[in-house]
Ligand binder design. Structure first.
Ligand SMILES: [Ca+2]
Ligand SMILES: [Ca+2]
Ligand SMILES: [Ca+2]
Length: 333
């Protein structure tokens, strides 16, 4: 009887752990499965040769309506200076972070905000919080916390039944590179995930690890009606291969960009990929290390709409399922 109770406790613990860790996936941005060390945004006087095409990055945050507590958006290393960031000349770069809620934020109703250029109505919505960071040692290698926010300050998307928020990082001056991360948290001082929340972007600008053995991933979601996608990658520096993997695709290479240029190509979507995520894998060159590689990627469907990259892949990380091989006949006796 006592043993049975211990088993029950252990099983409850395992279930709690699985639930907790799967929730955790969506809260760090970049997400746990993406294996991306940092987001990157340069000051607007930067050179695109350093790997940021437009000096702005937008992330949307989706929070379930039944989450009644306060929540926070925490920014790790929000300043531009110190060991983590990318110096050009002297530190003279300022970043503006802006958090929006209210009508105009839901990207399904505001096509300009799901564009890949920071133009038009990309900032539509109600400004809830903002702050400018320069070379601020007090925030170097530390978190700054925006909030508290409550879910009803967001913009309801009925299709997903989530309230939408967005955070934009704009490089408003200077030429240095800002490396940073987000965490969507229930706590202002700690990273505590919110069950059922997620984050996504339409154009991802990120840093690769300085490790030839590491593989980074992003996970675009293939919605109903998508027949093909056009991928665009920028400033990949001829660093190894970009592979597309899905439940039914073993690993297809796509054309890759060099220094300060774009590579685009079309990828036909297979029926078995609809309603799941693709896995874009970024494999580094094996011959020698390409250091501090920043890269930009976006995808659009056949109608010209940009696809979402979710921090926690919808439907989980897709795993290629090989078709069962023809069964061998039993050996003759
Ligand atoms: Ca500088
Ligand atoms: Ca930084
Ligand atoms: Ca690059």
């Amino acid at each position: 009887m006592k043993l049975f109770k211990i088993y029950k406790t252990v099983i409850a613990g395992i279930i709690f752990f699985l639930t907790y860790t799967s929730d955790l996936n969506g809260q760090p941005v970049p997400g746990q499965d993406e294996n991306i060390p940092f987001l990157v945004t340069f000051g607007k006087n930067g050179s695109t040769e350093w790997g940021d095409d437009d000096f702005s990055q937008t992330f949307f945050i989706a929070v379930p309506p039944d989450f009644k507590d306060k929540f926070y958006i925490r920014v790790f290393d929000p300043d531009t200076g110190g060991d983590l960031d990318e110096l050009k000349g002297v530190w003279n770069t300022r970043m503006l972070y802006s958090v929006y809620g209210g009508k105009g934020v839901d990207p399904e109703k505001n096509p300009e905000s799901r564009g890949i250029q920071p133009t038009g109505g990309y900032k539509n919505g109600t400004l809830l919080a903002s702050k400018i960071f320069g070379n601020d040692p007090q925030y170097d290698n530390k978190y700054y916390t925006f909030g508290p926010f409550i879910v009803t300050q967001g913009d309801l998307n009925e299709k997903w039944n989530k309230y939408m928020f967005k955070i934009i990082c704009d490089g408003i001056s200077g030429d240095d590179g800002n490396l940073y991360r987000y965490f969507i948290s229930r706590d202002p001082d700690k990273n505590i995930p919110i069950e059922g929340a997620n984050a996504f972007t339409y154009e991802y600008t990120f840093r690769m690890w300085n490790d030839i053995n590491s593989v980074s991933h992003i996970y675009p979601y293939i919605d109903t009606g998508i027949v093909y996608v056009q991928q665009s990658n920028f400033d990949w520096d001829d660093d190894g291969e970009i592979l597309v993997v899905s439940r039914v695709r073993r690993g297809q290479t796509v054309p890759v960009s060099g220094q300060n240029n774009w590579a685009t190509s079309k990828i036909e979507i297979q029926p078995g990929e609809v309603g799941s995520s693709l896995d874009f894998q970024f494999h580094k060159k094996q011959d020698f290390l390409i250091r501090n590689n920043n890269v930009v990627i976006s995808l659009e469907n056949q109608r010209g709409d940009n696809l979402k990259f979710f921090a926690a892949p919808i439907g989980g990380v897709p795993v290629y399922e090989a078709k069962p091989a023809a069964r061998k006949l039993p050996p003759k006796k």
